[in-house]
Every structure is written in structure tokens, then in C-alpha cells.
Design a protein around this ligand. Structure first.
Ligand code: HEM
Length: 400
């Protein structure tokens, strides 16, 4: 198997047989100079929790695009996010962001998520057919983030579009000149937008995440304006396509397993387990990357300092040594081994609680409103051609 197989149409349609071969071929496989890939649960779970593995974002930008590119707005902006930092800077920023995120009570989050879901289902109305991705799954999380930041929902499409341009800068395949230019423009647009919001919230603080980020303090340390902007942008990037794709992936899994779909309709109390199982079975995030910050030897392989490790979390979640009969979608699965669909260790998804709530409300409301929902065509699905985020570009459904 070649690493280039990772960009074949067959891989994007169904990466799991490829992952099986990678797991069988060894614990950690070399794929290039100082570059490795692993698909095994035990190794990935351990490496994600290992303080000797970390992020070297700007170095990897320099390796892919040349040193000068690290000054470009898109890469500068992403490098200031929580996602790209190592301790101690990560520890401090995460503590501050956790405080602002947790300050939203679950009741407030629930009412925002329910109102947004209701509004989107109303706009679908009594149509006999609609696109579950563009009409529901895609706009839902971005409108919710707008409400959490208290920016106009009318700006959701533009902000979501700009966030998607930035997401492209995360993928394995380097962007071409046009893609890079678009990502830079998107970063600048988002920065200008949020600097404007900061000015406004300084003058008139409100009950929203930006005001909370501006006022939060930990032992006298505050977030800088740059950090507030980059991390407001991060919420769009991290919370948007992940959640949208997961709604689509979950519906596809249910359509392909009619018995489980029926069980869920009969007993909606199964929903939390069904969500956790669908995230394991076909998660929205498939791959994470870490760099060895010093020489280490996991799984009998030596990783020299600076080695990149591509961790296939989609594969880890199908590893039979962690999940018996991993290719079976089983809502009654023993949850004693949690999947790594939200990551593990210090970068574990900050929005996991919000994501679980969004999926719960989105799925519950959808199945209640359209009990006879069924796919128009499950065979011709168009999967995004990305290695890190998994989802379809469209999913047409009949409502009756
Ligand atoms: C189903 C939806 C979601 C999935 C599958 C998901 C998955 C993940 C994963 C795997 C990571 C770890 C990244 C790494 O280790 O490099 C992560 C981090 C993160 N997620 Fe999520 N996420 C989801 C939804 C959200 C939402 C709704 C938000 C917030 C609005 C969010 C905010 C974040 C943030 C801020 C981080 C960075 C945490 C850190 O670096 O300390 N995510 N997410």
C-alpha cells in the first residue's frame, strides 16, 4: 500500500478497508523522511496523551510551503489558536477558554440549539424532498456559533464560508496558489470582522462568548485581542464542519442499518449511545497529526525528534483490539473503552459537550418531524476529498 492511496476515490468513499491493511502492516509505519503513520488504537491513544508529542504547526507550514509562507495571514492566524499550541501557552489559554465556555449554562445552550434546529426545520417546511446537508446539517452549527458569539445570524453564511476556506489549509494536500490566496483573504476577512466585534463589546459588554473572552482572567492574566480573534475564528473552524459532517455521517449510518434506525425511532432514549457509536463507527475527524518533541520509542519503533506522526483516529476507532466486531454498528456496545472521535489528552475537544448536545437535538428533532425520512440515493454519495475531515457534500432525502 502506498501513502498516495490515501487520496484515491476509493479511499474517500470508504477508508476503512485501507485502515485495516495499515493496522495489519505494523504499529507505526514509515511513509517518508521523518514521517510515520499509525492506525492502532493503543498507540494513538497513548501518543495523544504523551507530553513528548506536540504541535509544530509553523514548522510544518515552512516544510510544505517554504519559510516565507509562515508570515502569511492564514498561517499566522491559525498558529495563534489553542489547537496549534503546546504547554505552557496551551494550558493557560485552554483554562481561560474553558472558563468562558463553561460559563454558558447547559440550559442556555440547549435553548439556543433547540431554537436554531426549529428554525431550520420550519424553513424545510412540508417539502417532499430536501438536502440534509445544505438545508440542515451545514447551517445548524454555524448559526449556533453565531448566537453564542452574539453576531448576526445573517452573517452566518459568509462566516461559515470563510471558515471552510481556512479548514482547507489543514489538509494533507498542500493548497495551490489560488487556494492559498483564498485562505489568506478568508483569514483577513474574519480577523477584520472580529476586531470590529471586539470594539463593540468593549464599549457594550453582553452575555456572549466574545464579551466573556474579553473579561475572563486567570491569576491576573487575560486574553490578548489577537487571541480573542483567532480563537473566535477557531470556534467556527472547529465547531462547524465537524458537527455538520457528523450529522450527515450519522444519518448515512442509520440509513444503511434500518434495524438500528427503527430501534432508535422506537426508543429515543437510545440516542446518546447511538451518537457515541456513530462517532466511533464513522467519525467526522479521521486524522490528527503530532510531532515528536524529543526522541521517543513507542511500539518498538524509534521516533527521532521532529518526526511527524499521522494518527488515523478513524482507524483507531475500528481497531478490533479495542472494539470487538468493530465494523458492526451496535448501540448496545459496552462503552468501557471510549472512542478517540473527540481526540484524547490535552487537546481533547473543547466543544465536545456542545457537539453532543447539537447532535442530540438535531437528530431527535429531525426524526420526530420526519419519521419516514429516507435517502434519495445512497449509492452515489459525494464524499469530501479530504483526509482529516470526513463527510458528504450533499445528502438528498425524501420526507415521506
Ligand atoms: C461532532 C463534532 C466534533 C468533533 C468530531 C470534534 C473533534 C475534535 C477533535 C478530534 C479534536 C482534537 C484535535 C487535536 O487533538 O489536534 C477537537 C479539538 C477541538 N474542538 Fe472539537 N469536535 C467537534 C465539535 C466541536 C465544537 C462544536 C466546538 C466548539 C464550538 C469544538 C471546538 C474544539 C476546539 C476549540 C478544539 C481544540 C482544543 C485544544 O486544542 O485544546 N469542537 N475536536
Amino acid at each position: 500500500m502506498q501513502f498516495s492511496d490515501f487520496s484515491s476515490p476509493a479511499f474517500f468513499a470508504n477508508p476503512y478497508p485501507f485502515y485495516e491493511k495499515i493496522r495489519a502492516a505494523g504499529a507505526i509505519l514509515p511513509v517518508g523522511p521523518k514521517a510515520f503513520v499509525t492506525g492502532r488504537f493503543e498507540i494513538i491513544d497513548a501518543l495523544l496523551r504523551d507530553p513528548r508529542m506536540g504541535k509544530t504547526y509553523l514548522q510544518s507550514v515552512a516544510a510544505r510551503y517554504g519559510e516565507a509562507a509562515t508570515a502569511q495571514p492564514v498561517f499566522q492566524s491559525l498558529s495563534r489558536t489553542l489547537l496549534m499550541m503546546n504547554p505552557p501557552a496551551h494550558t493557560r489559554l485552554r483554562a481561560l477558554l474553558m472558563k468562558t465556555f463553561n460559563a454558558r449554562g447547559i440550559e442556555k445552550l440547549t435553548s439556543i440549539v433547540e431554537a436554531t434546529t426549529h428554525e431550520l426545520l420550519e424553513s424545510v417546511g412540508s417539502r417532499a424532498e430536501f438536502d440534509l446537508v445544505s438545508d440542515y446539517a451545514f447551517p445548524l452549527p454555524v448559526r449556533i456559533i453565531c448566537r453564542l458569539l452574539d453576531v448576526p445570524v445573517a452573517d452566518a453564511t459568509a462566516l461559515g464560508g470563510a471558515a471552510s476556506q481556512l479548514v482547507a489549509a489543514f489538509d494533507l494536500a498542500p493548497l495551490d496558489q489560488n487556494g492559498l490566496h483564498a485562505a489568506d483573504e478568508a483569514a483577513l476577512t474574519l480577523e477584520r470582522y472580529f476586531h470590529g466585534v471586539i470594539e463593540q463589546r468593549r464599549a457594550q459588554p453582553g452575555d456572549d462568548l466574545i464579551s466573556a473572552m474579553l473579561s475572563v482572567e486567570d491569576e491576573g492574566v487575560r486574553l490578548t485581542d489577537e487571541e480573542v480573534v483567532s480563537n473566535a475564528v477557531l470556534l467556527f473552524i472547529a465547531g462547524h464542519e465537524t458537527t455538520s459532517n457528523m450529522i450527515g455521517n450519522m444519518m448515512i449510518a442509520l440509513f444503511r442499518h434500518p434495524q438500528q434506525m427503527e430501534a432508535l425511532k422506537q426508543d429515543p432514549k437510545l440516542l446518546p449511545q447511538a451518537i457515541a457509536e456513530c462517532m466511533r463507527y464513522d467519525g467526522a475527524v479521521q486524522m490528527l497529526v503530532r510531532t515528536a518533541l524529543e526522541d521517543i520509542s513507542p511500539g518498538e519503533v524509534s521516533l527521532a525528534r521532529g518526526s511527524l506522526v499521522f494518527m488515523l483516529i478513524g482507524s483507531a476507532n475500528r481497531d478490533p483490539s479495542a472494539f470487538p466486531s468493530p465494523d458492526t454498528l451496535d448501540f448496545a456496545r459496552n462503552a468501557s473503552t471510549p472512542s478517540v472521535a473527540f481526540g484524547a489528552g490535552i487537546h481533547y475537544c473543547l466543544g465536545a459537550r456542545l457537539a453532543a448536545l447539537e447532535l442530540d437535538v438535531a437528530m431527535r428533532s429531525l426524526l420526530a418531524r420526519f419519521p419516514a425520512i429516507r435517502p434519495v440515493d445512497l449509492d452515489g454519495l459525494a464524499w469530501h476529498r479530504r483526509n482529516n475531515l470526513r463527510g458528504v457534500t450533499s445528502l438528498r432525502v425524501y420526507t415521506r
